[in-house]
Design a binder for this molecule. Sequence first.
Ligand code: WTA
Length: 666
Amino acid sequence: MTEQDAAGELEARLTEQDSFEPPESFVEQANVSDPGIYEEFEENWPGAWERAADLLDWESGYDEVLDDSNPPFYEWFTGGELNASYNCVDRHVAEGRGDEAAIEWVGEPTEEDDRTYTYAELQTEVEEFAAALRELGVEEDDVVTLYMPMIPELPVAMLACARIGAPHSVVFAGFSADALATRMNAADSEHLVTCDGYYRRGDPLDHFEKASEGLAGVEHDVSDVVVVDRLGDDGFGHDLADNHHDYDDLVADHEGASVEPVTRDAEDMLFLMYTSGTTGEPKGVKHTTGGYLSYAAWTSHAVLDIKPEDTYWCSADIGWITGHSYIVYGPLALGTTTVMYEGTPDYPNEDRLWEIVEEYETTQLYTAPTAIRAFMKWGAEYPEQHDLSSLRLLGTVGEPINPRAWKWYYKHIGGEDCPIVDTWWQTETGGMMVTTLPGVGDMKPGSAGPALPGVDARVVDTKGDEVEPGRAGYLTVDKPWPGMLRTLYNNDERFVSEYWTEYSDTESSDAEDWVYFPEDGAKIDDDGYITVLGRVDDVINVSGHRLGTMEIESAIVGVEGVAEAAVVGGDHDLKGEAVYAYVLTEDGHDGDEDLREEIIEGVEDAIGPIARPEAVVFTPELPKTRSGKIMRRLLEDIANGEDLGDTSTLRNPSVVDDIQAKVSED
Ligand code: WTA
């Protein structure tokens, strides 16, 4: 057989193979490799969750693992006391590991020096900034908003907040000024940390201007704004107001400060994270100190297989939950080295990530299917230019991964030698819920895997009965878990109505009668492997980012001349889903190019460029049922060019042909 034939045969085998064993060499060294772990959690539930709590240092031990006396307001590790900043930083220094790297930060400009924070350096800066925040008047339980890109001052600020017991609310830097204002208003947050700007594809980007615009929309007094000088001479020369402070000055003023980590109850809030839901208002997901941190650490240990000596890299943005749990809290709690990269994967070249993997001898890479689809499109020659043999494990998160992309990742990045964990979870779950354990279970491309030990995920029909393997149904989680959200900030009612009504007996005070509904569709196979099919609510998933159609619609309707709008997700090769907007103008006529531009701008202003519509389709009417409900399914099918089937239940069936004609024009 020639070499070419052999390669072809290998390729064919990979294409057909639908189950992969974890490599022996991986299993031998894995943090978790005993299949008995599933049984252990089943037999000793919730007691086995002590395994997670045991990964942390507690100032005082908890009385109870789980208090489920008032569902769905569960409490974990009740009575326990701890501090997250202590757990992520001080204890590693105290163990004599102060000289080891905590954060390896890589800026976008290749000529700029990378920055390494050892654990000792991280502790120093966290204490200095914590002292500064205190001096600015930040008190325990005040919400501090962090509107920052991927610069090291962001994790420093998060940990400084945690140190003094002030919950942070990180707002993704790519979000608009309006989005910042909405979040600061909702959290009643009087303190903001932001920066002058950052680099995007070679150009400095003015972030401070956006932050200032956002501040103008905050309805209460903002007592202080801290500004990190990221751009130096490339900055935009903004003047700082009286209540604006330069980050470096503040830290210098508190040089050598020592700030004792405050004692927090396990159930005290660690942070808020706003995420999109079915209504226009983002939801303020509340995570706690004990349960969240235990869960982030446990899943980092069991699924990402993180060890202190690793150089681990999650390429998400800290502005999303993935970055919170798996760039900052999980990895640092385990005392490893976490890599942080400011830029995009294709700048200055499409091999940038592989260059970083090679340079830092990265041991794990955790990224998103949307990125993997882009790598595939760019071609295997980019990873082939680099030595990726340091990699031991690969992970994906954010959206379903198709088997073809999975296999490409497995072969071209992992060299067929790294297990892949396809991890299903949400902002609300705090950490991973459904995935294989890389040292235990076989992988099936396209299927996330079984629920983690102790996680009671099921696939059910509309009545809540488990569906037959292979049939589509809805994902539910029938038991609580430590990393779960505790409520929606200041809105217990919405917390119950959003997640706990479909499948729960809301009258019952018995935890058994309460079921968490994540609003995802799924199917399960005979081995209990779950394939997540996607959202079943009005949330779309663009490049792994969650966007509420209502939020986008309300931005569009806010544009002058627009009467009505319906937004749906249409399939997209790279982004997974893309935003399709169907718009009705006030005068009922076709909108022009100007209006199209204004609509696109309106969406970018209200949310950010990630929500930019792929297509704006003007239509004289929206397809509605006889009762006046917009037929979103139909609009999705139109966006995807699919066969529409029976449209006779529509109040206005003729509109469909009109819209279809327009979409195919575009
Ligand atoms: C989707 C991101 C399929 C899902 C951590 C979920 C996934 C939403 C996967 C949460 C996966 C996340 N396979 N779908 N491995 N991971 N999702 O809150 O629809 O930004 O409900 O959290 O992303 O998005 P969020």
